[in-house]
Design a protein around this ligand. Structure first.
Ligand SMILES: [Zn+2]
Length: 405
């Protein structure tokens, strides 16, 4: 199975500066090639990766485009290939520009023959990359497989390398354990049908205040100096903001990974809401043509969703399930928070508050997120039991008494 391993790089100053160069050339190539693709589309024509690669090779010979020859050539080809995949998946018009301020620099070495890793000592490893030479990285975990490719990314002021690794693990047989429903709740981050509540604060009150202050400073400087003018002070604020956000993000990723592992290790079937987090958060901003309605209302909800990191949790869950023989089932989230798990009565008023559920019909009282998690488990069992969803044949049919739960 393919999996990712990320390590903190320790570039020399020279390597760091070179990485910035490679990142910005890749960004320029991405933007130029995207504009070219759009130009073709406007004329009702197509241009593909092969043709763009050929043109880039031509352009490198032009003395005006000497900067194109700076990065390792594979990274540029890979950028074009990534762009082609993005355009095929999302459509040429939906693929985004890479802006210097908002897109973290990132580039990939696609050929494992050009990536040589060795361990130096207990704490340090070394990777040889084309044109970079030997680069040291913090050896925090074993590679555990053969390298397929490597991606270098800057995150919050620090550089990381992610190796895509084939770990040689074929799919694990179903572990045959009990099912569980998981609600990605509002009152807590994650609640299970067994009544376990997993939660963590990702930013301390002090950090939240600082986050707010930095954001205000940034937007004020954007207002006074305009968007396009470069300013040293603004760059500094942006860097501080980036570091703080990276810290919060890594805590969230930790929490997602740990909670996910616990679930897929202890249970055989994990039912989760099929909530399109991306769609929900995108609609609040709206498009240029149709500005979002209920923006303020949704903004509050989005903050809650994003601060709990649901998307990341789901990714971690699906990734880790394959190693532990568990199956993840996504069910429709409709009414899961309004349905009484005891008598199945549906009433939005039953949800007294974010944390308390009290059925208006039978008086059943429970933690609101746990009640929802139980409904999600029931829905998950219903779909797998009937085999309506393509969740794989390895899923054991659940005995009828659990179906009635
Ligand atoms: Zn009830």
């Amino acid at each position: 199975m393919l999996t990712g391993r990320r390590y903190l790089l320790a570039f020399t100053d020279e390597q760091g500066a070179y990485a910035e160069t490679v990142g910005s050339v890749c960004r320029a190539v991405w933007n130029t090639a995207l504009e070219q693709r759009r130009e073709y589309r406007r004329r009702g024509a197509w241009i593909n990766y092969v043709e763009q690669c050929r043109q880039m090779a031509e352009a490198k010979k032009d003395p005006d485009c000497a900067w194109l020859a700076d990065p390792p050539s594979h990274t540029l080809q890979q950028t074009l290939r990534d762009l082609e995949r993005a355009c095929k998946t999302h459509g040429t018009w939906k693929v985004r520009w890479r802006s210097k301020a908002r897109t973290a620099p990132s580039f990939r070495f696609p050929d494992p023959n050009h990536i040589a890793v060795r361990r130096l000592n207990r704490r340090w490893g070394e990777v040889r990359l084309p044109k970079f030479g030997p680069v040291r990285f913090r050896w925090t975990r074993p590679l555990g497989g053969t390298i397929r490719n490597a991606t270098v990314t800057r995150d919050g002021g620090r550089w990381y390398i992610s190796f895509c690794v084939e770990d040689g693990v074929a799919g694990v047989a179903p572990n045959g354990k009990l099912p569980v429903g998981v609600d990605r709740g509002v009152a807590v981050a994650v609640a299970t049908s067994d009544g376990d509540l997993h939660n963590r604060t990702f930013a301390s009150p002090g950090e939240t205040a600082r986050l707010k202050r930095l954001q205000q400073r940034l937007s004020r400087s954007l207002r006074t100096h305009g968007r396009n003018r470069r300013s040293k002070r603004r760059d500094a604020v942006r860097a501080q903001l980036g570091r703080l956000n990276a810290r919060i993000r890594s805590r969230r990723a930790d929490f997602a990974a740990q909670t996910a592992v616990r679930l897929v290790r202890d249970y055989g079937l994990v039912a989760v809401e099929d909530l399109r987090v991306k769609n929900m958060t995108a609609s609040a901003k709206g498009s240029v043509a149709a500005p979002g309605r209920n923006v303020r209302q949704k903004a509050g909800l989005n903050r809650a969703i994003l601060s709990k990191g649901w998307g990341g949790f789901l990714r971690a869950l699906e990734h880790k399930a394959r190693y532990h023989g568990a199956t993840v089932v996504k069910v429709s989230p409709a009414y899961t928070s309004q349905t009484c798990n005891a008598c199945k009565h549906v009433d939005p008023k039953s949800r007294e508050s974010q944390a308390v559920f009290r059925c208006t019909a039978c008086g059943h009282q429970a933690h609101a997120d746990v009640n929802a998690a139980k409904n999600i488990m029931a829905a998950g069992l219903a779909v797998t039991g009937r085999g309506d969803l393509a969740v794989g044949r390895s899923v054991k049919r659940q005995p009828p008494e659990r179906l009635a739960a």
